[in-house]
Design a protein around this ligand. Structure first.
Ligand SMILES: NC(=O)c1ccc[n+]([C@@H]2O[C@H](COP(=O)([O-])OP(=O)(O)OC[C@H]3O[C@@H](n4cnc5c(N)ncnc54)[C@H](O)[C@@H]3O)[C@@H](O)[C@H]2O)c1
Length: 494
């Protein structure tokens, strides 16, 4: 239940003013009595009000039982505008928002490098947490969030909203309970979605005056920026982001974990990745082409990510079949290849096709965004973490696949054609995936042997210890925890 000792709305505004809030709820709202009527509702604080944070605020505000009462963003313009729009207290420093006793729960939509520290600080302050994907910037810090959720007994949900789409249960019944397509042979997730280069300045980007840069940086290192835009393109800088793998990769791999594995596998035992930042000469360092293979001890699982135009797919889009077996899948989504056909899933829809190519079942999704937030506020009310659709340990594991694929890329070396073919001789699908990558690069005038393409050795990962083991583990383990900037260290939580 929302805490029963919540103060009245007028007391909220007073507390916010004392704490140094820069925009207070409007008098008209107080006069209309709207605020007083909402006192029994869950007080939500939104941390990070860029594109996604504004969407979350709007979504929570529209839900019965929730009320956005505070926002925080070190970009004063963004926090001020959001405060006005939602008639909420606004702060540049998230710690001020966390001091507000009327905030029951927070929604975190900062850049990725802040997710874990903000979530842990919020839990230490007694708040429940809805945190955007990817949970973590490194796997070690994600584990600390899971530990904190248990230690402080908090309700914590990851923003992987497809988990709340009611169609997922129907698809799982169809594939697993009814065995409608037989045994699973392999699964492949895809995000073949073009993006533009982020530019490469000759001189460092001046930090906009409206930004408190120390707060924006938080746990990240203070490095000069050479991209053109300050906001959003932090995704493609390892210091603050996790590349496309930690962006769309989380959604599509989380779908595979949910639908194909029914969460029976936490993280993979072996990982292999290949890719590069190709075709562009810009300030980003995460790959714009990234293909990876995951060995879970069960069926092989693959991911293909690219931000180059999918010229190879032709006009019809992103999927084809080869010898009756799907090999590519949708541009954004996943395919589960089975003995009796395949299931192809996308956000909000899916279909099953038999071996003759005949569509045998269609699935239609629901309003996952609203349902995911409602699932969170219902769990906050009931205090039942098992009722969450994306409980934080599930979110940690799904994020783990992406973090590990990023480690494999970062720990990788020059691509070796022979090595590539022989590296996973038992996995025909990995070699198929490499062929797919070749086919994707070719129309761009690129080859897999290009100097910008890297490939990892096979990395052995222990899902229990969450560490790499054996050959090449030293270099790979180095990427499992970051160097934190002083004053913004993620604490180890036992
Ligand atoms: N679930 C989804 O479908 C979905 C969709 C889009 C984005 N996201 C996630 O949401 C997050 C935000 O993405 P975005 O597109 O809005 O990026 P963005 O760059 O537009 O916004 C991030 C905001 O966080 C703010 N911020 C940075 N440090 C902060 C701090 N210490 N306290 C408060 N705010 C801080 C920035 O100033 C900025 O306004 C990302 O992690 C992204 O992966 C999820």
């Amino acid at each position: 239940m929302p805490r029963t000792n919540r103060r009245t709305f007028l007391k909220t505004t007073t507390a916010a003013a004392v704490a140094g809030a820069s925009a207070l709820p409007s008098l008209s709202r107080i006069a209309s009595g709207q605020a007083a009527n909402r006192n029994s509702e869950l007080g939500i604080g939104v941390i990070g009000v860029g594109g996604r944070g504004m969407g979350l605020a709007q979504g929570f505000q529209s839900l019965q039982g929730a009320n956005v009462i505070a926002v925080a963003d070190p970009d004063e313009k963004r926090s001020g505008d959001a405060g006005k729009k939602f008639e909420a207290a606004s702060y540049t420093d998230l710690r001020k928002l966390l001091d507000d006793p009327n905030v029951d729960a927070v929604a975190i939509a900062t850049c990725n490098h802040w997710h874990c520290l903000a979530a842990i600080w919020a839990m230490e302050a007694g708040k429940d947490v809805y945190v955007e994907k990817p949970l973590s910037h490194t796997q070690w810090e994600g584990r600390q969030v899971v530990n904190a959720a248990r230690k402080y007994n908090r309700i914590v949900q990851l923003g992987t909203q497809q988990r709340s789409d009611p169609m997922q249960a129907e698809i799982k019944k169809f594939l697993h309970e009814d065995q409608a397509l037989g045994k699973i042979l392999y699964a492949q997730a895809n995000r073949l979605g073009p993006r533009a280069t982020i530019g490469k300045r000759k001189t460092p980007l001046p930090i906009p005056e409206n930004i408190n840069y120390d707060l924006w940086l938080g746990p990240a290192q203070d490095e000069k920026l050479f991209r053109n835009n300050f906001h959003y393109d932090w995704h493609w800088d390892w210091n603050t982001g996790s590349g496309e793998m930690g962006n769309w990769g989380v959604h599509v791999l989380d779908d595979v974990r949910n639908v194909a594995y029914q969460d029976a596998v936490s993280t993979p035992q072996r990982i292999l990745a290949c890719g590069g930042r190709v075709a562009w000469n810009d300030a980003g360092d995460s790959p714009n082409v990234h293909y990876a293979y995951f060995d879970t001890g069960s069926f092989p699982t693959l991911i293909a990510l690219s931000n180059l135009r999918n010229k190879a797919a032709g006009k019809k889009g992103g999927w084809t079949t080869q010898a009756g077996r799907p090999v590519v899948g949708p541009g954004t989504g996943y395919i589960i290849a089975c003995e009796g056909g395949y299931y192809m899933g996308q956000r909000g829809s899916g279909k099953a096709v038999d071996l003759k190519g005949k569509e045998i079942r269609k699935f239609k999704g629901g309003d996952m965004n609203a349902l995911h937030k409602k699932n969170f506020i219902d769990a906050v009310a009931s205090r039942d973490r098992d009722s969450l659709n994306a409980e934080i340990e599930i979110g940690h594991d799904s994020t783990g696949w992406c973090n590990l694929a990023n480690v494999a890329f970062r720990a990788g070396g020059a691509f070796d054609g022979e090595d590539a073919r022989s590296i996973a001789p038992e996995s025909e699908v990995w070699n198929l995936l490499l062929e797919e990558m070749r086919g994707h690069l070719k129309p761009h005038g690129l080859t897999i042997h290009g100097r910008n393409i890297k490939m990892s050795p096979i990395l052995h990962h222990n899902p229990k210890t969450e560490l790499f083991e054996g050959d090449h583990s030293h270099g790979a383990n180095h990427f499992l925890k970051r160097q934190y900037r002083k004053g913004y260290e993620v604490p180890e939580i036992g």
